[in-house]
Structures are given as C-alpha cells and as structure tokens.
Design a protein around this ligand. Structure first.
Ligand SMILES: [Zn+2]
Length: 305
C-alpha cells in the first residue's frame, strides 16, 4: 500500500513536469503527453523543439499556453542564454500556436503559413479560441493569439541562414490543416514535420480545413527529403518509415470509406464496418478515428477523381 502511495505522490509531483531532452548536439525537445488538454496535463499534449545556432535559438512550435511556453523557454535558456531568434509555427492548432505570446515577449520573430495570418486577421481564429476556452475550461485563459511576422505562401518556401545552419521553411497545400508548415534543417538532415507524420499514433484528420487527399500528396513530397531524423508534434524522434506508417493509415481510411460509400452505406454503417480493424489498439484511436472517417466521408463528396 505504501508503495502505491509513493508512486502516486511521484506521479502527482513529477508526472506532468516538463523535461528537456537533448536529441542531438544543439537540438532539444520536450515531449508532450498523449491526450486532449486536461486539468492534469495543463495542455502539455504536444512537442516543442529548439535548435541552438551560433546567434541564438530557433524554436519549432509554441506549446498550448504562454505558461507552458515560459517553462520551455526557461529550460532552453539554461542550456544557452542566447536570444530566441525565431518561433516557427507548424499550424494553427492550439498545441502548436497558442503559446506564441511568450516568444513574442522574448522578441522572437514568428514565422508561419500565409493562411495562419489570414485566419488571424479574419477573426476566425479568435472564434475558435473562444469556443475552445469553453471546452477546455481554465486551461486557455491566458492565451492571446499572435499573428506571424513572416509568412510563407502555399506551395512556396524560403530559407533562413544563420552561420552554418540552414533552415528551409515550406508552406504546404492543405493536409492536416490549411496552415501546415514544415522545416528542413538542411545541414543536419533533420525534418520538422509538425503534425503531418506519426508512428503508432492515429493522426487527426478531422480539422475543418483538412484534406486527406492533400495529406497523401504532402507525404509523398516529404519522402523526397533526405531526412535522417523526423521530428513530429506527437512522437519521439522518428525515421522515414513513419512517413509510410502515416500514409498507410490515411490510405486505409480513404479506401475503406470509399468502397463502402460506393456500396451505398450510410455514415453510421461505415463507422460500424471499421470494427476489428488493425488500428484499433493504436494510441488516440478512440479520440480521432471516427472523426477521421466522418471527415473523409464528406471529403469524398467534393472530390472528382
Ligand atoms: Zn495538429
């Protein structure tokens, strides 16, 4: 019994603390918990990455809240007190963008997809934030949306050079969202893939601006990079086999929905027909899979192949 209490105490005290992991020389990450934002995890449900260049830090993704972002900043500043030069936001989801204010306070320049700026300026992002504050009560109270200072238009890329380090930033066509940006750290062959690549975790394909068809194309594009490490928003470091893993799941959902839809199945019958499929035991299946099926069902109506 005593042992159980001790384990519980350790979990309560340290279970949700943020730990900086050194991936390689000058490359650090924090690894978020798997799940949706909750009082227990305080919204720490995704990864953030930091690269130390000779002039300062380049950070990829902001975490969910300014509080979490400040904790992350404190950790990297312990490694080096050099300034934070850039925060690159891989897409508009709360766990990648909502902590941006803490980086703005540190005078970092915010880089993102052109559509991220548009969704901010149209007020759509603010509406989403207000709705999410209701869903995830008490977690997002200090979030303030920050638009990107530097934007990249869909399908375009640009390169940031800092000393010997080169970062190619590419704005993708709609895939996981319509604001997806990837970063390729060229001289180190490290690909920051945002939420486009996963392994042993079900991707979320249910965003209002997602395109499963576009996502497959994006993955084909990512395969062309000579990446030796892929860093995604919700896994430990991956290799290129993760691109295939993600591709296969999306393809499986699309093919299955398509086949059943052509037979005249309704959405609920299609959801039922997925019972017993090989992905059922994969992390986040219960949270995302049915939303993915529903989204693909609707997407297929709009696709002319
Ligand atoms: Zn996401």
């Amino acid at each position: 019994m005593k042992k159980v209490f001790l384990i519980l105490l350790i979990l309560i005290t340290f279970g949700f603390s943020m730990k900086l992991i050194k991936v390689e020389d000058n490359l650090y990450m924090v690894r978020g918990h798997d799940g949706l934002p909750s009082k227990e995890n305080k919204g720490f449900i995704s990864n953030a990455f930091a690269v130390l260049t000779n002039e300062g830090w380049v950070v990829i993704d902001s975490l969910t809240t300014p509080e979490l972002a400040r904790e992350f900043i404190k950790l990297i500043k312990k490694e080096s007190n050099k300034p934070i030069l850039y925060l690159i936001v891989t897409h508009y989801h709360l766990d990648h963008w909502y902590g941006a204010k803490a980086f703005k306070e540190k005078k970092a320049r915010i880089v993102g997809h052109k559509n991220l700026k548009e969704v901010y300026e149209s007020g759509e992002a603010e509406q989403v934030l207000e709705a999410q504050k209701q869903i995830f009560k008490g977690i997002l109270d200090n979030v303030e949306l920050i638009p990107p200072d530097i934007t990249v238009a869909e399908g375009k890329s640009f390169t940031i050079r800092i000393g010997k380090d080169e970062f190619e930033i590419k704005a993708m066509n709609p895939a996981h969202t319509n604001t997806d940006v990837i970063v390729y750290w060229k001289n180190r062959k490290v690909l920051f893939a945002g939420d486009l690549v996963y392994k042993d975790r079900i991707p979320f394909m249910g965003d209002r601006n997602a395109s499963s068809k576009g996502w497959l194309k994006a993955l084909e594009e990512l395969k062309k990079y000579d990446a030796k490490v892929i860093l995604g928003g919700h896994n430990y470091p991956l290799d290129k086999s993760a691109i295939d893993w993600t591709y296969n799941y999306i393809k499986f959902v699309r093919n299955t929905v398509k086949k059943l839809k052509d037979k005249g199945y309704f959405i609920d019958e299609i959801k039922q027909a997925f019972k017993g499929n090989p992905y059922e035991k994969v992390k986040m299946y219960g949270v995302f899979h049915n939303q993915n099926v529903y989204k693909v069902f609707n997407e297929l109506d709009l696709e002319l192949e």
